[in-house]
Design a protein around this ligand. Structure first.
Ligand SMILES: C[S@@+](CC[C@H](N)C(=O)[O-])C[C@H]1O[C@@H](n2cnc3c(N)ncnc32)[C@H](O)[C@@H]1O
Length: 251
């Protein structure tokens, strides 16, 4: 019987676990690493999931070396398999551990944390964690939520968040600049990117349930897909935003 691996199913058509199209991802990586294709950057991803950002960076920059950290061993296994398939495994190091505990002997040229700031205690502690691991002149690539519009009590309940969980876009950027960083680029996820992400997640899971009606987890999969779709369409669609910023330390 086919195993029920929810992560594998929901990410099958959208390996980046954040609302960004592949071309946005590549554009942000290029802006964080720089234009020099011969660059040999050291890249760290805190909360790397299946390593989709790092795999893209390693494929694009043949001189790059990368480290991914995540507590989810299954996601890291998937990252390792994909790295083998792409021929970049010798340049990728993976650590199954809390992001906050990761220490390296050498600093990094780029530190990423996309959709995983909760792993480090929120946006500002994530910036501090990036600062502590960056080489002088390095760049952080940070993706986090923000309120596109004021959340209703119903949306807050669906997300299990308080109004203060996020600021608006301007307030988010103000918090970042106030912590000593200068945004040198930013990508605000479009509604199309959100829809692609959410339809991929919920649709892949719903389809798996339809294709495996006799599987003991089929009903659970169908219910999870439906609940997620409802929370998104009746809840946070258009209210929860996502911004990914390329940041340098303000001198
Ligand atoms: C929404 S996913 C984002 C994954 C990846 N950054 C991406 O954009 O594809 C959040 C990730 O944070 C990881 N995570 C949660 N708590 C963590 C922790 N304390 N330390 C490291 N990773 C953590 C989860 O396992 C998950 O892979």
């Amino acid at each position: 019987m086919q195993p029920y691996d929810r992560r594998l199913i929901t990410h099958a058509r959208h390996p980046i676990a954040a609302p960004l199209h592949p071309h946005s991802v590549l554009d942000l990586i290029e802006r964080a690493v720089g234009d020099d294709d011969a660059a040999r950057p050291r890249i760290l991803d805190l909360g790397c999931g299946e390593g989709a950002w790092l795999l893209e960076a390693l494929a694009h920059f043949p001189g790059a070396r990368a480290v991914g950290v995540d507590i989810d061993g299954a996601g890291l296994e998937r990252a390792a398999e994909q790295a083998e398939a792409l021929g970049v495994a010798d340049r990728l190091e993976l650590h199954a551990m809390p992001a906050a505990d990761y220490r390296a002997a050498e600093p990094f040229d780029v530190v990423l944390c996309v959709g995983a700031t909760h792993a480090l205690g929120g946006l500002l502690p994530t910036l501090e964690a990036a600062r502590a691991r960056l080489a002088p002149g390095g760049r952080a690539l940070i993706g986090d939520g923000f309120w596109e519009r004021e959340p209703s009590p119903a949306v807050l309940e669906i997300l299990g968040e308080s109004p203060g969980a996020y600021a608006g876009l301007a307030g988010t950027v103000d918090r970042i600049t106030g912590a000593g960083w200068t945004p040198v680029y930013g990508h605000t996820s479009t509604l199309d990117e959100w829809d692609d992400y959410e339809w991929s997640w919920t649709g892949s899971l719903a389809e798996w349930a339809l294709d495996h009606p006799d599987h003991p987890r089929a009903r659970e999969a169908a219910e999870t897909a439906a609940a997620h779709r409802t929370a998104w369409l009746h809840g946070y669609r258009g209210t929860l935003g996502f911004v990914t910023l390329v940041l340098r330390r303000t001198v």
